[in-house]
Design a binder for this molecule. Sequence first.
Ligand SMILES: Cc1cc2nc3c(=O)[nH]c(=O)nc-3n(C[C@H](O)[C@H](O)[C@H](O)COP(=O)(O)OP(=O)(O)OC[C@H]3O[C@@H](n4cnc5c(N)ncnc54)[C@H](O)[C@@H]3O)c2cc1C
Length: 447
Amino acid sequence: MDFCDLSGKVVTKNNINYDELRQVLNRSIQNFPIAIVYCYNYDDVSNAIVWARKNDISLRIRSGGHNYQGFSVGNTTLVIDISNINYIDINEENNYVKVGGGIKSSKIYKELSSYNYPFPGGTCPNVGVSGFITGGGWGLSSRKFGLGCDSLIEVEIINYQGRLIKSNKFVNDDLFWAIKGSGGGNYGVIVSMTFSLLPKVDKVSLFSLYYPHASRNTQFEFFNTWQNWIITASNDINMRCGIYNDLTDGIYVSALGLSYNDEITTTKNLEDFLNIKGCILNIENIPLFEALQKIQHSYPDYEYFKSAGRFVYKNYDTYEINHLLSIINDSRPYGSYLTALNMYGLGGNISKTKNNDSAYYYRNAHYILSLQTKFESNDYLISNTNWLSNHYDYLSSLTYGNYINFPYYPLKDYEKEYYGYNLDKIRKIKEKYDPYCFFNFPQSVTF
Ligand SMILES: Cc1cc2nc3c(=O)[nH]c(=O)nc-3n(C[C@H](O)[C@H](O)[C@H](O)COP(=O)(O)OP(=O)(O)OC[C@H]3O[C@@H](n4cnc5c(N)ncnc54)[C@H](O)[C@@H]3O)c2cc1C
C-alpha cells in the first residue's frame, strides 16, 4: 500500500510504536488498522479522506480514544487521528470559544477556567470533546448549563469529498441538529467546534459522599434517597454516584458532586444523604480551576472494562431496587476487581430543551443508570463480558434507551435504542451528508 499521498504523520505496522498507538483507552478492545494518520491541519484530514476513498479503504476517526467499544479504531481501516488539532481561541468580546476538533476535556477546562469560565464537560480529562458533544455530553454542570452540545454554536466538518463545511443554526442547520446527540463518526470529521461562553464563576463547592463497608440497608437507603432527590434537587447541583464491589475496599457507596452554591447551601441540599447512617461528607468551596483539577485527577491511562448505560424515567419499588443491588452484592465475575452500579444525574436544564430540538432524544430522563465491570486483563474477557450480558436484560427492562456515549456493542436494535423517535430524521440527514455511507463503523447511522 502506498501511503505517499497522505500528509501528516503516518504510522503503519512497520513502526515500532504501532502496537501502542493503535490502542484506545479500553484495552478489552483490540483492533489492527492498516495505518494511523496523525493530522496537524485541515488539509491533512482532507487528504486522508480523499486517499481512503481512492484506495477503497474504510476510515475511522479518533479524537480522545475513549469510546467504550473502541469504534474510533477498526481492523484494516485508516485511522484519522485528530488529537493534534487542539488549538483554543477564547474570544471574550464576542462571547465564544473556538477549539480544534481534537481538543481534550483537560485542555478546554484548564484554559477556560483560568478566565473563570465554566464548561459543560465530563469528568475525565482525556475524553475528546468532539466525541463527547456528539453524544450529547453529560457532566457535573449539566443540570445548571445543559448538556455539552447545548452550548455548541457551530462546527466545521470535513465531509466525504474532503470539503470543509460549516454547520450552525443558519447554515446546514439539519446537520447541526444531528451533530448534537447522534454520536461521533457519522457525517464527517469535525475539525472545529465553537461554544458560547458561560457566565463567569468564581468559586464552586466540590463534594464527595462516602459510605465505607455499606450494609445492604445503607445501599437501599442511598438508592431510594437518590431517586427522590434527583427529581427535586436544585439545578445548581449535580452528582455521579454509585454502589461498588471492590476487590480491596469491599462494598461501598460513593458520590462525587459539584454545586454552584456556597458550602452551607450545598450541605443543606445534601441533607437527605447526610441522614443516612455512616455518611462521610467532604466538601470545599474552592476556585473553579481547582475544583476541575480535582475532579479530573484519578483517571488511568488505560483500563479493561465492559459497561452499558441506559435512561431512567421512573422511581423503582423495593423489589426492583433490591434486584439491582443484588447484582453488585453478588460475587464479582472472575478476574474483575470492581463492579459498579453508577448513576449520573440528569434533569435541570437538560430537560428544558425538547426531545426533538436536537438529536439527543432522552431529555426528560431522571438519570443514567449504568452497570460496569473492570478487570485485570483480557484473560478475563469472557467472564466479564458474560457478567454484563447476563445482567443487561434486567437493566434494560427497567429503563428506556441507551446513552450513545456509553455504547453497548451487543445491542440488537441500536439505532432505535440510541435515537428514539428522532431516528427517521437522523437517517435522512445521514443520507444527505454522507450519501455513500463512507463514514461507517459497527453502530453507525444507516439509511
Ligand atoms: C473514563 C471515561 C469517562 C467518561 N466520562 C464521561 C462523562 O463524564 N460524560 C459523558 O457524557 N461521557 C463520558 N464518557 C464517554 C465519552 O464521552 C464517549 O466515549 C466519547 O465518545 C469519547 O470521545 P473521544 O473523542 O474520547 O473518543 P473516540 O473513541 O476518539 O471517539 C468516539 C466516537 O466519536 C467519533 N469521533 C471522534 N472524534 C471525532 C471527530 N473529530 N469528528 C467526528 N467523529 C469523531 C469516533 O469515530 C467514535 O465513533 C467517558 C468515557 C470514559 C472511557
